[in-house]
Design a protein. Sequence first.
Length: 95
Amino acid sequence: MRPSLKSERKFVASVIDEMGIMRSWFWERDGIGGPCDKSVCIEAVRSSDFMVLLISSDTSAIVQEEAMEAIRVNAPCLVLAKQNGSRRKECQEFL
C-alpha cells in the first residue's frame, strides 16, 4: 500500500497558490472525482508551467507517466522526495 501524501500535496498547493502568480492543480481538489483519470492528469501536465512531484516510498504508474510527459514537453520539474526510511527499488530507480 502506498503511503498517502495528501497533507503534503495540500500544503505544497497552498504555498503555490498563496504566491498569487499562479494556481496549483492537484487531483483531490481539481480532478473530476473518483479514480484518477490518466488522460486528465496528462493534460494537466501538458498545460502546466512546471510540475511539482512529491515522492515517498513508492509511486504509481500514472505519476511516473505524468513526470515523463513533463520531461517530454520540457516542463521544469521540482521533485520533493520525502525521507521516510526505505524506498521501493522501482521507486528509487524512477527517481
